[in-house]
Design a protein around this ligand. Structure first.
Ligand code: M6R
Length: 364
């Protein structure tokens, strides 16, 4: 049932404050600053490295989590696409935690990658939406994301729930490894608890985002730029747009722009810049100015401070609430999803059932 919404995708985007709250509650019980994992003795202090494997949107969740595990828990992390990983024959030691992320839990390549790690890795952990799925059943530990059934082929609420669970897992790793102080852990916990209400504020920008999307719907190609934690999100934003609007889009690390893609920029090229006012903001803005100097049309997604500082000459702005920098990729998923959604609606495509795609890819 779509309720008041025209599409399942719109409903699932709107549900995010509720399902993310549920995900957070189930790993960080009320009153605790500690992350508590269900039925497991998982101890990150005994591990040397983390290998994460997934496909599509779940892969971008893993790429985001790489930053968290490295920065917060000082853990070496490798991330790969399942279809590459399984044939690479990567060496896996018994001090490696192998982590598989999948909404459906039935993706054939991800399942094959998991089976490759059986008997090699210290433990096989999965982050899944369907607890009775094959990937969940074949893992030593299956961590549910609590997103509820996701029907739209374009993954939305599963992504933000995957990110929330992965961030909490990184915080658990940081606690086990003693890499964050109690104060820093409490800080993150408080920010996570505030996340659902901040997501609601982001959803209030729906109309402004629809306006920007109207303009995007006329484009042939769109670039998404971001740095640090916003880089995987740039790729996720591009994937969402491709999947449902059929507009060619690419996500790039802002700093890579001048190594090639800047050649594409002209007055017909919209460039979505994901730029919360964080430690790399100034660098992102200077990359954005290079785009504008070549007449590229910038849609700047930032907070009040960022927009006040950098809005000169941009095509349009999308205003996000302030957020703890670690949580920004979860929050900025909302405008990425809504941009794709409204662009597809403006183009009249089949949003929930895009051509050539299946919700779950159970063949190689
Ligand atoms: O069920 P999974 O999370 O394993 O699916 C992985 C990808 O097929 C999936 O994320 C796909 O990229 C989505 N259509 C993205 O919106």
């Amino acid at each position: 049932d779509k309720g008041e919404h025209k599409h399942f995708m719109a409903k699932e985007i709107a549900e995010q404050p509720i399902v993310v709250a549920e995900a957070i509650r189930s790993y960080m019980p009320t009153g605790a600053d500690q992350v508590v994992l269900p039925d497991t003795d998982l101890d990150f202090s005994k591990l040397d490295r983390l290998t994460m494997v997934a496909c599509g949107t779940a892969f971008y969740a893993c790429l985001t989590a790489k930053y968290w595990f490295e920065q917060l828990a000082k853990m070496p992390v490798e991330v790969d696409i399942a279809s590459e990983f399984r044939y690479r024959e990567p060496p896996i030691t018994d001090r490696t935690l192998a982590l598989f992320v999948s909404q459906s839990g039935e993706t054939a390549d991800t399942l094959a990658a998991l089976r490759y790690c059986e008997g090699k890795a210290d433990k096989i952990v999965s982050v899944v939406n369907v607890p009775e799925s094959s990937i969940a059943r074949e893992s030593d530990v299956a961590l549910p994301i609590h997103a509820g059934v996701e029907i739209g082929v374009a993954s939305t609420k599963a992504f933000t729930c995957q990110l929330s669970v992965l961030l909490m897992l990184a915080l658990k790793a940081a606690a086990d490894r003693g890499t964050l102080s109690d104060e820093e852990l409490a800080d993150h916990a408080a920010a996570l608890r505030g996340l659902p209400s901040v997501l609601n504020t982001a959803l209030d920008q729906n109309r402004a985002i629809r306006k920007s999307a109207q303009r995007l719907s006329e484009a042939r190609d769109v670039l998404f730029l971001g740095r640090g934690l916003m880089y995987p999100l740039a790729m996720e934003g591009a994937l969402k747009l491709k999947e449902i609007s059929y507009i060619h889009a690419e996500g790039y690390a802002s700093g890579e722009l001048k190594h090639g893609p800047i050649a594409l920029i002209d007055k017909h090229m919209p460039v979505v810049v994901m730029a919360p006012r964080d430690a790399v903001f100034d660098k992102t803005v200077s990359n954005m100015q290079e785009v504008m100097a070549r007449k590229g049309k910038v849609i700047l997604v930032s907070d009040d401070d960022g927009i006040a500082e950098a809005e000169d000459g941009v095509w349009s702005t999308i205003r996000m609430p302030h957020i703890h920098p670690s949580l920004a990729p979860i929050l900025y998923s909302v405008p990425a999803q809504l941009l794709a959604y409204h662009t597809a609606v403006a183009k009249g495509t089949d949003v929930d059932q895009p051509r050539n795609l299946a919700k779950s890819v159970t063949v190689e």
